[in-house]
Design a protein around this ligand. Structure first.
Ligand code: AMP
Length: 184
């Protein structure tokens, strides 16, 4: 049973690494960004409400994300563990997660923080070419990360479960370090 929270700036490689870890540990990879992109593509009510925020590189309002995460963590497959990628994104979401996990009688084992220098992040995001990867949106997403998400590093450091890993290496080396961090 492994329950992991994955932190890191946009472009740090969270999605890729969370995918590898999920396969290796046989647990669901829960990416709020992926869920939102699918909802936008399928034009669901959630997608309609979320689109303008995603397109602008802003965070989607908490109430939309909190319902989504409550529902996802209550699914049967989440009983065997999970890896959260892209959630929590601010202190309100992190507080909510603590309460939700207490209600579900679950706890997280480890918070992984993937560290990559700024100039590499921008380079990677520009190469990725996702619809929300325009230069302006990238700049805004990095600002939003610094303002709202980075404070979570201090939030989780207090609970002494935070493990920082250098993400500016070959993907396989990064995965190896992450697995070591989880096992330690
Ligand atoms: P990501 O795939 O994690 O980079 O997320 C892409 C976009 O989805 C972000 O720029 C936000 O607009 C939105 N998003 C993803 N996760 C969250 C979240 N936990 N809270 C608010 N917005 C989110």
């Amino acid at each position: 049973m492994t329950r992991l929270i994955f932190l890191g700036a946009p472009g740090a490689g969270k999605g890729t690494q969370a995918g590898f870890l999920a396969t290796s540990l046989d647990i669901p990879h829960i990416s709020t960004g992926e869920i939102l992109r699918k909802a936008i593509q399928e034009n669901t009510l959630l997608g309609q409400k979320a689109q303008k925020y995603v397109d602008a590189g802003e965070l989607v309002p908490d109430e939309l994300i909190l319902d989504l995460i409550r529902e996802r963590l209550s699914q049967p497959d989440a009983a065997k563990g999970w890896i959260l990628d892209g959630f929590p994104r601010n202190v309100t979401q992190a507080d909510f997660l603590l309460k939700l996990l207490a209600a579900l009688e679950q706890n997280y084992d480890c918070v992984l923080n993937l560290e990559v220098p700024d100039e590499i992040l921008v380079e990677r995001l520009l190469k990725r070419g996702r619809l929300d990867d325009t230069e302006e949106t990238i700049r805004r997403r990095l600002e939003v990360y610094r303002e709202q998400t980075e404070p979570l590093i201090a939030f989780y450091r207090q609970s002494q479960v935070l493990q920082s890993v250098d993400g500016d290496r070959h993907p396989e080396e990064v995965t190896e370090s992450l697995l070591e961090a989880i096992a330690s």
